[in-house]
Design a binder for this molecule. Structure first.
Ligand code: PEP
Length: 256
């Protein structure tokens, strides 16, 4: 039985005070509802400068800490970059890689994402690996082909053991930050397809344990239907994760 997982991607938002408050409110909400925390794994992913503040706020709680990106090298002359080792040292358990904003706004390739994934896993991080099609790709009926490619290249060369520290996030680009979420049927189709690819490439045991999150305008109103799909194991939440009350409502939906 896969556990549900709800992670908040704060993107380039918050400041020191807001990061502290937001993380503390999530901790308090979970502490007040222990049954949610039993059923749902929870993480917050602040911007790099606020990792330490959030780490302090979640100390001793069931909330995990994640970063939104990393470089593939361990250290060295890479001005402006942050290594997986630094993320571990900052208290991170997770790192989001291959987010569509990095693929499409920063030009990250599948090969770079694969490099980062391997480095993050080697340093003991759990990778939340994002995949998803653009609107044009969906309209051209290429959704499943794109997912197949992104999954194949993103996880290329990983062992079955390493796959136990990979969480997939299906995030259709057209749904991210737009208010147009995938329907539960669209999400289920994509998730079932990705699980099938995982089975094909890594075997049925890896596939059955693989958590696949949905991301893209997931909000309290649509969370119950989306999270009830058999292959939807939780959510990667952008906008709604910046409000602790809305984020907690999504966690509550995941706990049902
Ligand atoms: C995201 O950034 O991963 C995301 C899903 O954003 P939103 O929930 O705002 O669509």
């Amino acid at each position: 039985m896969r556990r549900k997982f709800v992670a908040g991607n704060w993107k380039m938002n918050t400041d020191t005070a807001k990061a502290r408050d937001l993380a503390s409110q999530v901790v308090a909400g979970l502490a007040a509802n222990p049954a949610w925390a039993d059923k749902v794994q929870v993480a917050v992913c602040p911007p790099f400068p606020y990792l330490a503040v959030a780490a302090e706020a979640i100390k001793g709680s069931k909330v995990g800490l994640g970063a939104q990106n990393c470089h593939h090298e361990a250290s060295g002359a890479f001005t402006g970059e942050v290594s997986p080792a630094m993320l571990k040292d900052s208290g991170c358990h997770y790192v989001i890689l291959g987010h569509s904003e990095r693929r499409h706004k920063m030009g990250e390739t599948d090969a770079q994402i694969n490099h980062k994934t391997k480095a993050a896993l080697q340093h003991g991080l759990t990778v939340i690996l994002c995949v998803g099609e653009t609107l044009a790709e969906r309209q051209e009926q290429r959704t499943l082909a794109v997912l197949k490619e992104q999954f194949h290249h993103g996880c290329h060369g990983l062992s079955r053991e390493q796959m136990s520290n990979v969480v997939l996030a299906y995030e259709p680009v057209w749904a991210i930050g737009t208010g147009h979420n995938a329907t539960p049927e669209q999400a289920q189709e994509a998730h079932a397809f990705l699980r099938g690819r995982a089975s094909e490439e890594f075997g049925p045991e890896v596939a059955s344990k693989l958590q696949i999150l949905y991301g893209g305008s997931l909000v309290p109103d649509n969370a119950p239907q989306l999270l009830a799909q058999p292959d939807v194991d939780g959510g990667l939440i952008g906008g709604a994760s910046l409000d602790a009350g809305r984020f907690l409502k999504i966690i509550e939906a995941g706990a049902r």
